[in-house]
Ligand binder design. Structure first.
Ligand SMILES: Nc1ncnc2c1ncn2[C@@H]1O[C@H](COP(=O)(O)OP(=O)(O)O)[C@@H](O)[C@H]1O
Ligand SMILES: [Mg+2]
Length: 258
């Protein structure tokens, strides 16, 4: 077993009296895909917000490749190789698809590497490389035909894919997807699963952490699943173990009664 690329230990976040995330510990290995599931309000997105440093935890630690990033800021973790998408798409409406993907390289490690390699005077070559990287990501997600279009003119499912391309372009070590299948029809969910498989083939070392409600996606793709409910970890294990877990059934049946 390789060392985990990302690890959280006892991560806790409170909002006033509410414990949104209660001592959440997880790990993910290079090349693997793990899921976080649980009813609405379970604290899943808050976990992503803590790892990507949008929020500061009240307790707990986060390690990326054994580097303590518990007190890092958003730009630092992005440069160190953590990228994410959001539950609600956050694309720049004034930019076309290609530019939306290219802007993500502004704060990435790779971009700094280009600058170091070519110096600031070689801006044009750098720009060409950035464009090529972005176009490659668009191609991987079958988005090349939309490169010059504004996201707002595109179907929702396509916009969500642009977000994934934007997260991938910086060549992260960890990709976090927050409900990538939300709002997609069954056929689009199948396509998304295939795109995620394509990403894994192209980036064999990439670790993918996915929050999702659509069980067909979670159970098909994830090797290991963490189940959260009201901030607490109520179960974890393989898809087979999770499907049999009484705690998980309770949490989901409980939600349906509301
Ligand atoms: N910025 C915030 N301020 C106050 N409460 C928040 C904030 N963010 C999330 N919460 C609360 O924390 C809980 C967990 O939210 P969230 O992580 O978004 O859940 P999930 O993604 O599992 O649906 C919810 O009760 C939510 O209302
Ligand atoms: Mg959420």
């Amino acid at each position: 077993m390789p060392d985990p690329v990302l690890r959280t230990i006892g991560l806790t976040k409170r909002f006033g009296g509410l414990v949104a995330v209660d001592h959440f510990s997880m790990e993910i290995f290079p090349g693997s895909i793990r899921g976080i599931i649980g009813p609405n309000g379970a604290g899943k997105t808050t976990v992503f917000n803590l790892i990507s440093r949008i929020y500061t935890q009240d307790e707990g630690e986060i390690y990326l490749d054994d580097v303590d990033i518990s007190n890092a800021d958003q730009i630092q973790v992005s440069k160190l190789g953590i990228a994410r998408t959001f539950q609600n798409t956050r694309l720049f409406t004034g930019l076309n698809v290609l530019d939306n993907v290219k802007v993500a390289l502004d704060s990435s490690a790779e971009y700094s590497m280009f600058s170091a390699m070519f110096g600031f005077g070689k801006r044009q070559r750098e720009e060409k490389l950035i464009e090529k990287r972005a176009l490659d990501c668009l191609e991987l997600l079958n988005l090349s035909v939309y490169a010059r279009q504004r996201p707002s003119n595109l179907a929702y499912g396509i916009q969500r894919r642009v977000e994934i391309a934007r997260a991938l372009v910086s060549n992260p070590k960890v990709l976090m997807l927050d409900e990538p299948a939300a709002g997609l029809n069954p056929e689009e969910v199948n396509q998304l699963m295939q795109y995620i498989q394509d990403i894994r083939v192209k980036y064999p070392e990439l670790a993918i952490l996915v929050i999702e409600h659509r069980m067909e996606l979670v159970m098909n793709l994830c090797e290991y699943i963490y189940v959260q409910d009201f901030g607490e970890s109520i179960a974890q294990g393989s898809p087979e173990e999770i499907q049999k877990s009484p705690e998980v059934l309770m949490a989901y049946l409980g939600e349906e009664e509301n």
